[in-house]
Design a protein around this ligand. Structure first.
Ligand SMILES: *[C@@H]1O[C@H](CO)[C@@H](O)[C@H](O)[C@H]1NC(C)=O
Ligand SMILES: *[C@@H]1O[C@H](CO)[C@@H](O)[C@H](O)[C@H]1NC(C)=O
Length: 233
């Protein structure tokens, strides 16, 4: 794990524990702007072991969501370049980076189904770890000590996970235009090269620029004043 990544994680964990962000919806609502327009909806089609997906999740998507959760919606679809075939009512999946990736996709799918957006810090923790799969159980333990790992694995190994992953496959295969690579990003249901490039460059700036309501202070309006603040002697 490189130094930059480590520092980012430490920062993120600090922010999250400071205000218990993703669990308490109140976080970051510093009483300045109430959302007065539809949220910008970002969907990420990805697979658990693809390096570019991991980078985008860790450095862009989750940090942006922490700052802008009042004005954005996120949908994570772990499937990516996987393939499925049906066999006697069950689906069998093949993943680009092998069976481990299928397992990682399935764990994250089950976490999302069980925990909703509260699964984001767990997924971030997994994807920023050295070993995504080995990190899964300890990462869950950090954020949800009362959620039993067995209940996640029941979903992963059972019919529920199988059905959920099939839904991810259907969603991914329905993309228009079809995805050519991952991470594949749609914004308000739309994918263009320009949107993809802007999102990869700075998702934060893209969401701020597309939001039609009053921009929250995080988007910059509030920052101007702050640069005039000094600690007087
Ligand atoms: C938030 O704003 C409302 C209305 O402007 C005000 O009544 C309230 O006291 C504020 N809350 C905080 C925590 O500043
Ligand atoms: C984003 O999704 C929400 C919930 O589905 C919807 O109400 C909202 O209109 C969407 N935002 C945009 C900009 O389409």
């Amino acid at each position: 794990i490189n130094r930059k990544l480590q520092l980012l994680i430490i920062n993120l964990l600090a922010v999250m524990s400071l205000c218990n962000c993703l669990v308490l919806e109140q976080c970051m609502k510093f009483n300045v702007t109430k959302p007065n327009a539809a949220p910008v909806n970002v969907s990420l089609y990805y697979e658990s072991l693809c390096p570019g997906c991991r980078q985008f999740l860790v450095f862009q998507l989750v940090p942006t969501f922490i700052m802008l959760q009042d004005i954005m919606g996120i949908d994570l679809v772990p499937y990516g370049n996987a393939q499925e075939k049906e066999d006697q009512g069950k689906y069998i999946f093949t993943c680009q980076h092998g069976e481990d990736e299928c397992l990682g996709n399935m764990i994250e799918t089950c976490l999302l189904s069980m925990l909703g957006i509260n699964a984001f810090p767990v997924i971030l923790c997994m994807e920023s770890g050295v070993d995504v799969l080995k990190a899964a159980q300890p990462c869950l333990g950090v954020y949800f000590p009362d959620t039993k790992w067995d209940s996640v694995m029941n979903c992963v190994k059972g019919d529920e996970g199988n059905k959920l992953m099939h839904q991810n496959a259907v969603k991914t295969n329905a993309l228009k235009p079809p995805h050519e690579y991952v991470p594949w990003i749609t914004v308000n249901g739309e994918h263009t090269d320009a949107l993809q490039d802007k999102a990869m460059d700075s998702l934060f700036n893209l969401v701020c620029s597309l939001y039609k309501g009053d921009k929250p202070p995080a988007c910059g309006q509030g920052l101007k004043k702050k640069t005039n603040s000094y600690c007087m002697n």
